[in-house]
Design a protein around this ligand. Structure first.
Ligand SMILES: Cc1cc2nc3c(=O)[nH]c(=O)nc-3n(C[C@H](O)[C@H](O)[C@H](O)COP(=O)(O)OP(=O)(O)OC[C@H]3O[C@@H](n4cnc5c(N)ncnc54)[C@H](O)[C@@H]3O)c2cc1C
Length: 387
């Protein structure tokens, strides 16, 4: 099932696995989620081991990894924890791809080497309490002032926002009616923390059922003033640039859920082959083994679709239909796989600190982020000429 992977990618996968097995055993993941302990040391290690350099072009000190490389990486991390893989996706992939898509030379020089060194993590603030799927309905505004732009509004839920050094913020800079609402949206690189924290920025943690270590926030902008140089891409062109950023986001999201799904299946098999009822391991009952067998096949198929879509993105550029297909299928297959694994663990799977339950909830979170499965189906249908 590794037909798409090079020896280098297989080596990357083995290195990541060895590191996570040594440093993030299951009991540590549990504690981290319980204590809502933001995994700073994971990110530091990623920088030390050259993994934050993966999505950054070589001319800026990165290793110029492909989208497929990134998928291999986050799939492996996702097997251990979605908080860790999502931190990596938001921290490095969003920032480096956004700068690649629409950043100026000066912005690239300022931020990309800092992604490589691990000094700057990114977050992406598109959603708002009143504008989730219908993100063009956003109300956050940026208005011209003498010093640059003044941003007011509320964004959320935003993954890892509080601990990010840079928040890519989508705000309305011009108003258009009805179906043209997507026009007039601009992107800003809002610096957070550092020696001069941005005035007017505040963070309100959202209490989610899983991914608690990641810190998902609502972000409030009250008169946040940024200079002209903070605008990412041309004014009013944010929508099309975000659309281009969605391919890597959705593919990485899909890959990490494949990782969770595989971990759930493996844990389900381990449990079913050791748990005995009626005098024999429950894995002997087809009612237990077949759902896991079916999940194994579905996950293998979804993985190939994710890799194929990533490969297409690397070779040919934008692939919104394939990215949406990969995300929808991977998320749905992972939901079935994690649920099958939970079922085979019986009441143990339902315990508060159960990894089986954690994985079910993690997949649900991934399905919501980056556009729900319904929204992915809308996109796929549109590319098929329907609607
Ligand atoms: C853990 C987590 C992390 C997140 N991180 C980020 C982040 O870092 N940055 C960011 O910008 N956002 C983030 N989000 C927000 C995420 O992108 C939104 O939750 C998502 O887009 C859905 O929006 P909503 O929750 O407002 O649901 P709504 O848009 O209110 O939708 C509610 C339901 O209606 C369905 N629905 C809505 N419209 C349609 C339609 N036209 N056709 C069919 N069905 C429809 C949806 O599929 C959903 O099932 C995160 C969300 C979660 C859960």
């Amino acid at each position: 099932m590794d037909i798409y992977l090079s020896p280098k990618q297989l080596e990357l996968r083995a290195d990541v696995r060895a590191f996570l097995d040594a440093e993030y055993p299951p009991e540590r993941i549990l504690q981290m989620e319980k204590d809502e302990e933001y995994p700073d040391d994971f990110y530091r290690e990623c920088a030390k081991r050259g993994w934050t350099a993966l999505p950054v072009p070589t001319q800026h000190g990165g290793s110029g990894g492909s989208v497929l490389d990134l998928c291999v990486f986050v799939e492996e991390v996702g097997k251990t924890s979605i908080s860790l893989s999502t931190l990596y996706i938001t921290g490095t992939i969003f920032g480096s791809h956004a700068l690649d898509i629409c950043g100026s030379a000066e912005q690239a020089e300022r931020y990309l080497p800092a992604i490589v060194s691990g000094e700057k993590r990114f977050a992406l603030a598109m959603s708002e309490p009143g504008a989730g799927s219908d993100f063009a309905g956003m109300e956050t505004r940026a208005e011209r002032v003498d010093e640059g732009w003044r941003i007011d509004g509320v964004k959320g839920p935003i993954s890892g926002a509080e601990r990010a050094e840079v928040i890519i913020t989508a705000a309305r800079t011009a108003s258009y009616p009805g179906r043209s609402r997507h026009k007039g949206i601009s992107l800003f690189l809002v610096d957070n923390r550092g020696s001069e924290p941005t005035d007017g920025l505040s963070f309100h943690p959202l209490s989610y059922a899983a991914m608690r270590a990641l810190m998902v926030n609502e972000v409030h902008y009250e008169g946040v003033v940024v200079p002209d140089s903070a605008m990412l891409g041309p004014v009013d062109q944010g929508w099309s640039n975000l659309a281009r950023l969605m391919d890597p986001e959705r593919l990485a999201n899909a890959a990490q859920t494949i990782g969770v799904a595989q971990a759930a299946i493996d844990a389900g098999v381990a449990y079913a082959t050791t748990r005995e009822q009626y005098g024999q391991p429950i894995s002997r009952y087809q009612a237990v083994s077949h759902p896991l067998a079916e999940a194994e096949a579905e996950v293998a198929a979804a993985r190939l679709l994710v890799y194929a879509a990533a490969h297409k993105r690397d070779l040919e550029g934008p692939c919104p239909k394939e990215a949406s297909m990969a995300k929808m299928l991977a998320n749905n297959v992972a939901a079935r796989a994690t649920s099958a694994a939970l079922q085979c663990a019986g009441a143990r799977g339902y315990e508060r600190d159960s990894h089986f339950m954690r994985r079910v909830l993690e997949v649900r979170g991934c399905e919501l982020g980056g556009g729900t499965s319904q929204i992915q189906r809308n996109i796929i249908a549109r590319f098929m000429g329907m609607g």
